[in-house]
Design a binder for this molecule. Structure first.
Ligand SMILES: [Zn+2]
Length: 564
């Protein structure tokens, strides 16, 4: 197991100047972020691209269509399961509904009795499970979720302001993908995005360790401490009170959606209580839970296949259906994918072509022309060997962030458009994205009053002129996650045996305190994996220290160095 401790301990250190020929993605007085080759020696050591893996060898036996806002479920007669022998399969369908407990209202589904049907049936409810048998053997099962416009959404008044065209927003998140790992593993998608006017924010820095706080930063502008004090997600129903921006979109007439695969670890449910009420007009958790009751095939521990479809493609299909269904209405959708990226640095490569095709379909459906589309990650990979390297340390903190604007944006908002493009190589944080989403609302509904991010009062919309000289502090990036530290090197005369010994001692003290009750006294450092200091520093000197202990745990510790 590997543990990541980002501690700030102070050790005494002599400052000397060592020259280097590193290049930087950003270099100012306040921030120096080194540039790493996509295929560096360390990256090549772990790089092992994968092919797409099918969840089934045959075509899907069932599908859904929506005609005049009515959904139908079909058995596909062309299918080989169907016509291989004379006897066609017998199929039945059930409706899936959200059905949590008092303790956990966001977890649990109920499945209605299975009703037999032939070839086509008109659906009365959105989420439908289908099972087919041949000679009393289950030969096929699946879950579908066609999107129709619900009565509540019909009733919604769209924004009645003739001067403003509301900007629809489609956010896709691939969990745990650094910008550089995206370049490495998804070159087709990247190429498509760059050829289709997506902007690559190269110095986008996360604001906290894992998914939940980075997601809250994006959607509420709060940090973890503020989230727990305002709307403690460990209490049933409290998450409903968090000021998620989708409620603002909803209030202004937007149709909203949230979908996420891998229900057990999903952002709002992993170790916390989830939502009491569905937080968005379209909330796909019951669909994902239902899919995960099918035969799940794991890949690197991730539930990659749920029945005959990958979970990732299920989310992509929902995103596309949602965007297409609400093409002519203001919409705000967040579609979060974990199951082809979360546990393995190479796994995204298997989905590159599928994700590229997805964006191509968005273009063909004119979604790219009319929506603001964001492809984002919350952080880089947090597990595995690469995470121990210096490049891995930076990549964990620099997730991918591509954004495309509606085609008419440039005409209507010239100053904002210019700023947006000038900001691509400035230091940007997740709180800036939160401010950007508010700015979208302000541009869509002039009466909307944006408020500053509580965690980062100085953070700004990407449509404003962000100060090139900003520091991590200005961007709300806490010191342990700040990449404005210059280049780390292991080859520095300052890293002496004495320094490593002193650092090991301090590290152990902290590790023991951190472990508390777990064998605190028997822990010892058995191996110093790497010890590096930062050059071309801005204000602070750091020692990045990776050690293995006698329990085979690996710790990565960031020391702040006090110079002499
Ligand atoms: Zn994550």
């Amino acid at each position: 197991a590997m543990y990541v401790l980002t501690l700030l301990l102070i050790i005494i250190f002599k400052t000397i100047v060592v020259s280097s020929d590193t290049t930087f993605i950003l270099i100012t007085n306040e921030c120096k972020i080194p540039s790493f080759p996509t295929f560096s020696k360390e990256a090549k050591e772990v790089f092992d691209p994968q092919n797409y893996t099918n969840c089934t060898d045959s075509e899907l036996l069932t599908s859904t269509t929506v005609v005049n806002n009515t959904a139908y479920l079909h058995i596909n007669g062309e299918n080989e399961i169907y016509d291989e022998d004379e006897e066609p399969p017998t199929c039945c369908y059930s409706y899936v509904t959200r059905n949590g407990t008092d303790e956990e209202p966001d977890v649990g589904i109920s499945v209605s009795e299975c009703t037999h049907f032939n070839t086509t049936v008109r659906l009365e409810s959105a989420t439908v499970m289908v099972k087919c048998e041949k000679d009393s053997n289950l030969v096929y099962e699946n879950v579908h979720n066609p999107i129709t416009i619900t009565e509540e959404v019909w009733k919604k008044q769209s924004i009645t302001n003739t001067h403003n065209t509301p900007i629809s927003v489609l956010i896709l998140v691939i969990d745990s993908v650094s910008r550089i790992n995206f370049n490495r593993t998804m070159p087709l998608t990247r190429k498509f995005l760059l050829n289709n006017k997506f902007t690559d924010f190269i110095a986008y820095n996360k604001v906290d360790d894992n998914t939940f706080p980075n997601c809250m930063a994006l959607l509420s502008g709060l940090n973890l401490r503020q989230t727990y004090s305002k709307c403690n997600p460990r209490e049933v129903g409290a998450l409903d009170e968090c000021p998620m921006i989708w409620y603002d979109f909803q209030k202004l007439g937007y149709v909203t959606a949230y979908a996420e695969d891998w229900a057990d670890i999903s952002t709002f449910n992993y170790n916390i209580k989830g939502f009491h009420k569905p937080p968005t007009d379209y909330y796909f958790k019951p669909y994902v839970e239902a899919a995960e009751t099918l035969n799940v095939t794991r890949k690197e521990g991730m539930p990659y296949c749920a029945g005959p479809e990958t979970e990732g493609e299920r989310i992509l299909n929902l995103a596309k259906d949602f965007a297409v269904t609400f093409k002519n209405q203001p919409s705000f959708g967040v579609f979060w994918m974990n199951t082809f990226s979360h546990n393995d640095i190479n796994a995204p490569s298997g989905m590159d072509e599928k994700v590229a095709n997805f964006f191509e379909e968005l273009r063909n459906e004119d979604i790219l022309r009319n929506n603001l589309v964001i492809l984002l990650s919350d952080h880089g990979i947090r597990f595995g060997k690469f995470r121990q390297t210096i490049q891995g340390w930076f990549e964990e903190r620099l997730p991918l962030a591509f954004i495309s604007l509606p085609s008419w944006f440039k005409r209507q908002f010239q100053w904002e458009y210019k700023n947006f493009h000038n900001n691509t190589n400035k230091l940007i944080s997740t709180y800036d994205l939160y401010m950007t989403l508010q700015d979208v609302l302000k541009k869509s509904a002039p009466n909307y009053k944006p408020s500053s991010s509580l965690a980062c009062p100085k953070c700004q919309s990407l449509f404003s002129d962000i100060n090139k000289q900003r520091s991590c502090r200005d961007a709300g990036i806490p010191e342990p996650w700040c990449t404005c530290v210059g280049e780390f090197t292991t080859k520095d005369p300052r890293i002496t045996e004495e320094v490593n010994e002193e650092a090991s001692k301090l590290a152990l003290k902290e590790i023991r305190r951190w472990l508390e009750y777990e064998e605190p006294f028997s822990t010892s450092v058995t191996n110093i994996i790497s010890s590096a200091v930062n050059l071309n520093r801005t204000r602070k000197s750091y020692l990045l220290f990776v050690v293995q202990t006698n329990t085979d745990a690996i710790y990565q510790i960031l020391f702040r160095i006090r110079g002499v």
